[in-house]
Design a protein around this ligand. Sequence first.
Ligand SMILES: Nc1nc2c(ncn2[C@@H]2O[C@H](COP(=O)(O)OP(=O)(O)OP(=O)(O)O)[C@@H](O)[C@H]2O)c(=O)[nH]1
Ligand SMILES: [Mg+2]
Length: 455
Amino acid sequence: MKFLYSDEPIIACSTCNHANAALAVLRISGFKDLAAFSPFFTHSGPIEPRRVYYTKLRSGDEILDDICLTYFEGPKSYNGENILELSIHGNTLNTERILKFFISKTNCRLAAPGEFTYRALKNKKLTLSQVEGLDLFLNANSGYALDQGLSLLSGNLQETYTELYDLFLKHKSALELSIDFIDDVGEETAKGYFDASLADFKKKFESLHRRVIPMEHNLIQPEIVLAGLPNSGKSSLFNHLLQEERAIVSAVAGTTRDYLSESVVIDEVKYKLIDTAGIREATDLIEAEGIKRTKKKMQHSFFSVLLINPLQMREEFSALAKLHFDAVYFTHKDMPGFAAAQQKVIADFPQFGPMGAVNLLAEISSLEKELFQCVNKKYLQATQNKPILLDRHKLLISQVSVQLESYIKLSTYESDVAILSHELNILATCLSELLGIVSPDQILNSIFSNFCIGK
Ligand SMILES: Nc1nc2c(ncn2[C@@H]2O[C@H](COP(=O)(O)OP(=O)(O)OP(=O)(O)O)[C@@H](O)[C@H]2O)c(=O)[nH]1
Ligand SMILES: [Mg+2]
C-alpha cells in the first residue's frame, strides 16, 4: 500500500462527493497544531474538543462557506489522530473548491482510499475484523449484510474467534503438558486433558464452520442472471423487471453483446439484475467475449433464470440443459406452434425451481411475482444459519477445517508429539490470521482496495 508508512496530514470528503447534497463532511486528520487552522475560521475563541462551532470559512477577507466544525483531539478520535471535521454545503463544486483550498494553504494532501481507517487500524483503534465489518456495513446490500457488518464492527464475531483461539491455546497447552510434564501429571491425566480440550475446540469450531457456505453464493452482492440462447427474451424480461426500456430488444439474434446490469430491490435486498448475451457459437470477436462473460456471470450468480424460445432452438441448448438453473421459462407462448415445440424440448431441462410458459409481450405480473418470491425464498434460506459473508474469513475457516481434520486423524493414530506440535502450529497460523493477529501486506491490500476516498 502506497500510504502504509506515511503520517502526513490528510484531507478528504467523507460523504458522497459525486452528487449535490445539502451537506458534505470533510475530514482533516493527522495535523499536529490546531492553531494552524485558526486563520481560516471567523470564530476567534478557543476550539474545545468535541464541541460543534458554527463559523465561516474564509480565505483572507473572502468568505468561502458557512460551516460547522468539530475538533476531535487524538488519541480520543476515530483513528487516534487529531481530526477536524467540517460540515460544509454539499454542492460538489463547493466541496472540490474547499478541498483544493486546504490542500494549497496547508500541508494536507488528499487522502488515499481507506487511509483514515488504515490509520485507525495502525493506531489500534480498530481491529482488522472491525475494518472489514465497517466495509461490509457501508457497502451492504441487504439487512442481513448490514447486521453482520455492524456485528463485526462492534466486535461480536471477533469475540467468537477469541473464544475459539482460547480453546485452541488450552489444547496446545494440553499437548505441551504431555511433552514436558508427563512424569508429574501421569499419562492418563495428560491424555484426559488432551482429549477433552480437543473435543471442546472441535465443538466450538464446528458451530463456526457451519456458518461457512460455498464461495459461489455471493451474498454480499447477490446477482440474478437472465441467460439463454439469442432471441429468447432475456432483454424483454430485463426491461419488464426494471420497468424501463434499459436494454435494446430486437428480433435480430445477438442484439445484446455484453452483459448489462442494474439494481433491483426485492424484499429489502438489493440485487444486481443481469441481462446477458445470448449463448451461441459466435464468429464475431466482441460477441464471443460477451458470451464468455455470460458464462462467468452464470457461474457466480446467486439466482439464475434460463429463458428458452422453443421455436428457435440451436444446438448450443444441450450444453445449457446440463446446467443448474433456479427457474426456467419457455417464452413466445403466444406464437403458433409453441406447444408442440415446447413439448419436444421440455424433457431435456431438469427442474430445480419454477418452470413455466410465458408470453413476454403481454402482462407478466404473475411471473414477476413468482420469480421475486423464489429469489427471496432462496435468500432467506441462504441466510437462515447466519452465514459468514466475508470471503477472507470463509477461506480461513475452511483452511482451519482441513487442518483440524488432518490433525485429528494424526492424534488418533499417530502419537508422535513432534508431528502433532508441527500440525498445531499450522493451525495456529490460520487462527491468528482469522483473529487479525498477523496481517500480511497482501491481506491489508485486498481489504483496503475496496475502500473509497474519505473512509
Ligand atoms: N411473440 C413474442 N415475442 C417475444 C416474446 N419474448 C420476446 N419476444 C420478442 O423476441 C425478440 C427477441 O427478444 P429479446 O428480448 O431481444 O431477446 P434476447 O434474449 O435479449 O436476445 P439477444 O439479445 O439476441 O440474446 C424481440 O423481438 C421481442 O419482442 C414472447 O414471449 N412472445
Ligand atoms: Mg438481449
